[in-house]
Design a protein around this ligand. Structure first.
Ligand SMILES: [Zn+2]
Length: 432
């Protein structure tokens, strides 16, 4: 822990040294970086304002208030903005801001306005104490939104946004997407199809004390398994006429999953199990109910879980294996497995690798860490996964922090200027 502040401090020194020598920075690029530095005070004030607005995913008014604060900020930079209501999937909606131009890559900047902290959470306020800055969503990802704006402002101040083609897409339901996803992510996917590079502002991550980026992520899908048996007096269990019952069938399948599904890059989890004479699961509240008697062969059982894979090919293959296991019923039982829609995997394509290479050129110019690709299992699936099948994609350009999704979530404020400079120069070079 002692090492990290020292690295940060030296990064600032190296930055100024790079500015002075200007080896790989043009005078225009130097001015942009100076603008980032000059707007840090305002950026910090904006962060505080955003964090103090509760925008839990299920608090649509709050999410809209965050959009109301952000919208004029983007409009003042020459973007035209639209709020896409997502009432039909019971979510606030998305803020989409667009800048039409003629040159450079069409860049898509992806963020989210919601947090996991709903109005009933005890964790509501931005607070600074003893050098620590905490708040709900301060790093995930209001700090990232501020980095995005700070970089764009610096570019605009130096007329470097002129003629660029940039779309900012901020979802209002990243932490708990509305369903069906085919509606909730329809517009984001469209934006991805019309872009050349997608940059996501989820939190910065380090490997062994050095900054890293994500160019591959695993998929995340859900499955639900339902088994049935013949209800009868328990004395007849395993007999020809009664069979084994729904719970043994469920146990057989889960045990076979556990023994037969191991492969590199794959995880699958069973999250909840219910079984008895009557058993049901409600996905809306993530709760199950069951009733049964010790002397009655159970008629119903259900299990729900998730599955994460490195590629879609792996997902299809594992799905087939699971279906195969499910189909070998015990006597007197039946079973069915359903796979729900989810997040596609994001493999490390040539396009993604090229984006990382270009980012590392930026890092070289700034004297910052050369970023290694993060292990796909180290970052959960996110909004970027939806556009990754269509556009070169990279994540990890947001705030550095700790304890996301739990009270006490904190941000490393000292890293905000670093990351903003990195993003400013990156967007600048991508859009030439
Ligand atoms: Zn996030």
């Amino acid at each position: 822990m002692l090492l990290r502040p020292a690295i940060k401090f030296s990064a600032v020194l190296v930055f100024f040294a790079a500015l002075a020598s200007s080896q790989s920075l043009t005078p225009e690029q130097g001015k942009i970086l100076a603008s980032v530095n000059a707007n840090q005070g305002k950026s910090a004030a904006l962060l505080k304002q955003l964090v103090n607005i509760n925008s839990g995913t299920l608090n649509p008014q709050g999410v809209r208030r965050v959009a109301d604060v952000l919208r004029p900020q983007f409009e003042s930079l020459g973007f035209s903005c639209q709020f896409l209501s997502m009432e039909e999937v019971h979510r606030a909606g998305h803020l989409v801001c667009n800048r039409e131009g003629t040159h450079g890559k069409r860049v898509l900047l992806i963020g989210h306005m919601d947090t996991v902290f709903e109005p009933d959470s005890p964790f509501q306020n931005f607070e600074e104490n003893g050098g620590k800055t905490v708040g709900p969503g301060v790093a995930d990802m209001k700090g990232g939104l501020v980095i995005m704006l700070s970089a764009l402002k610096a570019l605009n101040e130096n007329h470097a946004l002129d003629g660029t083609r940039i779309t900012v897409f901020l979802t209002g339901d990243e932490e708990r997407p509305g369903e069906p996803l085919s509606i909730a992510r329809r517009d984001l996917i469209e934006a991805g199809k019309h872009s050349d590079a997608a940059l996501e502002f989820e939190g910065g991550v380090q490997i062994g004390g050095r900054d890293a980026a994500s160019i591959a992520r695993r998929s995340a899908y859900q499955w639900s398994l339902t088994t049935t048996g013949k209800t009868a007096h328990s004395s007849g269990v395993f007999s020809k006429s009664v069979g084994d019952g729904a719970i043994y069938e469920l146990a057989r399948i889960l045990d076979a999953f556990n023994k037969e599904l191991h492969e590199t890059g794959l995880t699958y989890n069973v999250g909840l199990v219910v079984g008895g004479t009557k058993a049901s699961y409600d996905p809306k509240t993530a709760t199950g109910t069951a009733a049964g008697k010790v002397n009655v062969v159970p008629a119903q059982a259900q299990a729900v879980g998730d599955i994460r894979t490195v590629t879609d090919e792996q997902y299809q293959r594992v799905q087939d294996k699971m279906r195969q296991i499910v189909s070998q019923h015990l006597p007197g039982t039946s079973a069915e497995i359903k796979f729900e829609e989810g997040y596609p995997s994001m493999p490390d394509t040539a396009g993604n690798k090229e984006l990382l290479r270009e980012l590392n050129e930026v890092n070289r110019s700034l004297g910052m860490d050369i970023m290694e690709p993060l292990d796909p299992s180290r970052r959960g699936a996110g909004d970027l996964s939806f556009v990754a099948p269509y556009v070169a994609s990279i994540s990890g350009l947001g705030a550095y922090g700790a304890g996301a999704h739990a009270p006490g979530e904190s941000i490393e404020m000292k890293r905000q200027p670093d990351q903003s400079r990195r993003v400013a120069l990156y967007v600048y070079r991508l859009t030439r």
